[in-house]
Design a protein around this ligand. Structure first.
Ligand SMILES: [Zn+2]
Length: 88
């Protein structure tokens, strides 16, 4: 038990997956044990269609996002846009 790490202090860093999504990896600073994945912040969510394809929400013009909220129909993207606006 002497060397058992309690993993109280953690470090977080973003990792981009092959499919383009970004997750935050949380590790212990002492023993580097993997703790958990945190979902990507909404601002790093990438559009997968349309004229702003492959851009992160934070790089897409706000005018497009507000337009999409009025006119868009993709539930997943609408939810991400809401989260993005809430985090601002
Ligand atoms: Zn640890």
């Amino acid at each position: 038990m002497v060397n058992e790490c309690l993993c109280i202090e953690t470090i977080e860093y973003p990792v981009e997956f092959k499919n383009g999504t970004i997750h935050t990896r949380v590790e212990c600073v002492d023993c580097l044990r993997f703790i958990k994945w945190k979902p990507q912040p909404a601002k790093n969510f990438k559009l997968w269609f349309g004229k702003h394809k492959d851009k992160k929400l934070c790089d897409v013009p706000i005018s497009y996002l507000t337009w999409y909220k009025e006119n868009g129909d993709n539930e997943k993207l609408l939810k991400k846009i809401d989260q993005f606006f809430d985090s601002k």
